[in-house]
Design a protein around this ligand. Structure first.
Ligand code: AMP
Length: 372
């Protein structure tokens, strides 16, 4: 999910540009349908926020029409206690016209009510209101809104013409205010035997993070003969990847078990592109993100020897048989290695030399962790 920073605040995508486009087209179609065949309505956009909506709405409106824009301005009255509202922009004679107001968003309805009162004095034939977004929970007026694009909850939104302190109007989608990420979430990456588990155990202490090794969780479940363990066993024994759906659900559960965590070290996850995408959207729902993928880079021939050595004591069925080890590398090279590109494209990939003494490698990793 996309996160944007405007001034000091973070926003996450709420309505995609495709969805907006559908909504706008539907509104334009409905408005046209409900008008007498030869009616030439005067659309009135309420500036500033509506300019994008008005432009797209008009392009989607299939019939003769006019458009004008107004702005609501407050003036101090001569009597300093009263504030007078005035519409700037409407100079033409609009009597006997069908006027259709285009609003980007209606929340309490105060502004809309004021605009409505002003138009009511102008002897028009009919006045209708179209609003792209509407916040039903905070609307306080009786005034009927004829067309609503989408109801949204009462959270601050930006994009598609709407701004936060001047910024964000040029965004193509609608973004909703979110809280700033608080966690440090790191994907510790590397081929089988690269030392991810060893390093994660050291780094989680140092940085006060929760370490989730999907391999360890699977092995724990196998040992305890849980349903998940029984399911995963045949894949793991063969050195195959466990199916994404199973792994993703398990990972979410592990994360949710630690609501107080300051962050996570993900070890052995994600291993496929769909896992990586699922992780991104899962974290985005929590207003969090992956700070970086830190990869241990070790040549493959060194790794097989390391795994066979580990197999003497690890008790892992997939560590002793060279054919299974080869299959794990095959899975890694065909499904997992591409994740480097996935994170690199976001400027989030950090490669670290994984050859050397354990402490040396911890130092190298720490240098990267410190910057994330
Ligand atoms: P590991 O301990 O990370 O080497 O994982 C051991 C085995 O668990 C792998 O060979 C897979 O069979 C399974 N596994 C662990 N993590 C995942 C994952 N993210 N996706 C699919 N299978 C996994």
């Amino acid at each position: 999910m996309m996160i944007k920073k405007l001034h000091d605040l973070y926003f996450k995508e709420l309505v995609s540009k495709e969805e907006i486009s559908k909504i706008v087209k539907t509104l334009a179609y409905q408005v046209k349908q409900d008008l007498p065949k030869d009616e030439k309505p005067l659309f009135v956009g309420i500036l500033n926020g509506c300019f994008m909506f008005a432009a797209d709405f008009l392009r989607a409106y299939n019939g003769d029409c006019e458009i004008s824009f107004v702005k609501l301005a407050s003036y101090e009255g001569t009597n300093s206690s009263e504030s007078v509202k005035k519409l700037i922009g409407i100079n033409e004679d609009i009597s006997d016209r069908t006027v259709i107001i285009l609003e980007d968003i209606i929340d309490t309805g105060t502004t809309l009510q004021e605009i409505y009162e002003i138009f009511r004095t102008k002897n028009i034939k009919e006045l209708k209101i179209v609003s792209l977004f509407f916040k039903p929970d905070v609307y306080r007026k009786e005034l009927h809104i004829n067309y609503i694009g989408k109801n949204i909850e009462d959270k601050f939104i930006v994009g598609y013409g709407l701004d936060y302190d001047g910024l964000g109007r040029n965004l193509n989608s609608i973004y909703q205010l979110t809280t700033q990420p608080k966690m440090k979430n790191i994907v510790l990456f590397g081929p089988p035997g690269a030392g991810k588990g060893t390093q994660a155990t050291l780094l989680k202490e140092k940085y006060d993070l929760v370490h989730i090794s999907t391999g360890d969780v699977f092995r724990f479940n196998i040992k305890n003969e849980t349903e998940l363990g029984v399911l995963a066993k045949k894949y793991i024994d063969a050195g195959d990847l466990v199916p994404d759906e199973v792994t993703i659900n398990m990972l979410k559960e592990e994360v949710n078990k630690n609501p107080e965590a300051k962050g996570f070290i993900f070890d052995g996850f994600p291993r496929t592109e769909s896992q990586a995408k699922a992780l991104d959207s899962f974290l985005a729902e929590k207003s969090e993100r992956i700070n970086g993928m830190v990869a241990l880079e070790v040549p493959e021939d060194l790794l097989v020897a390391r795994i066979l050595e580990r197999g003497k004591t690890s008790g892992r069925s997939d560590d002793t048989d060279e054919e299974k080890i080869r299959n794990r590398f095959n899975e890694y090279n065909t499904k997992t290695a591409i994740l480097k590109d996935f994170y690199e494209a976001k400027g989030n990939y950090y490669g670290v030399d994984g050859v050397g003494a354990i402490e040396e490698i911890t130092d190298r990793l720490s240098k990267v962790f410190d910057t994330l």
